[in-house]
Design a protein around this ligand. Structure first.
Ligand code: GSH
Length: 268
């Protein structure tokens, strides 16, 4: 299978995690944001990534990809267990459509003012050499385009922080009865999606590309990062990454010059 991504995207991380979880061999084809458009539109009229290509099948959207991969899995491993499928789907939809949109806006708000070299070094991991080369000089343009495209304004980010906090509080409240996972006693697409959609405000070390450590993050972002990491829901998401995000080293888009030590494999 081929997974076409914007490597930094948390929706693409969701698809990547799904592929590794399903034990499927795949090759990732990453594109720097802005330079993804032509290839994305070729497969998905909406121009959004991730897109999974399996022979002549084209599956666009991270949720559709997880569902596609889930079909053949043994019952005990399914991310959408039939008995609780509606509950899982409702949580996943909420995380994707609200939490994920606001964590993405938040991350761009803090990272876009950084230097093109620093941003592209992270964002262009796993992209073609020419994109890594052209990224820094085209960054001033990219910054303006992304800011406008994603409506990255101080007001919206302030409002979005409220959405992130409320979602984290709801997740913590769900877990407060001692259940091991959001929908009970097994790992589902709701957990996977929460961990991915929360990842921009947590920067988990097991993410599919190397994300900056706390002391490499912009100063303006550090207080929020520390607060979300310490929140019970943030700790939960970080723990999901540590225990459930298996690393497929061969297919990972890590740039060797910016490599991360793979996390130990956790039990599913
Ligand atoms: N609902 C979609 C959202 C995908 C999405 O928003 N992808 C972003 C990357 S974070 C993208 O492709 N943006 C490019 C664009 O808007 O042109 C999914 O779950 O796959």
């Amino acid at each position: 299978m081929r997974l076409i991504t914007i490597p930094m995207s948390h929706y693409c991380e969701k698809a990547r995690w799904g592929l590794v979880y399903a034990g499927v061999a795949y090759v990732e084809e990453g594109h720097l944001q802005g330079l993804h458009i032509r290839v994305a539109r070729r497969h998905n009229p909406a121009g959004l990534l991730p897109v999974l290509i399996d022979g002549d099948k084209v599956v666009a959207d991270s949720t559709a990809i997880l569902r596609y991969l889930d079909g053949p899995l043994p019952a005990a491993q399914r991310l959408y267990p039939p008995m609780i499928a509606d509950e899982v789907a409702a949580l996943e939809e909420d995380f994707d459509e609200h939490l994920g949109v606001e964590t993405r806006r938040w991350v761009y708000f803090h990272w876009l003012p950084q230097s093109g070299r620093d941003v592209v070094r992270v964002a262009a991991q796993g992209t073609p050499r020419w994109q890594r080369w052209i990224g820094p000089p085209m960054y001033p343009l990219l910054r303006v385009a992304l800011k406008r495209h994603l409506a990255v304004t101080a007001d919206k980010v302030r409002h979005g922080l409220g959405t992130i906090e409320q979602t984290f509080d709801r997740v913590a409240a769900r877990l407060a009865d001692g259940r091991p996972y959001l929908c009970g006693d097994r790992f589902t697409a709701a957990d996977l999606s929460f961990a991915c959609m929360a990842s921009p405000v947590l920067l988990p070390p097991e993410y599919g590309i190397r994300l900056p450590a706390l002391d490499e993050a912009p100063t303006s972002a550090r207080a929020d990062l520390a607060r979300f990491r310490a929140h019970p829901a943030g700790r939960y998401a970080l723990d999901l990454f540590a225990r459930h995000r298996r690393v497929a080293a061969r297919d990972s888009p890590h740039d060797p010059a910016y490599a991360v030590t793979p996390a130990p494999l956790g039990a599913p």
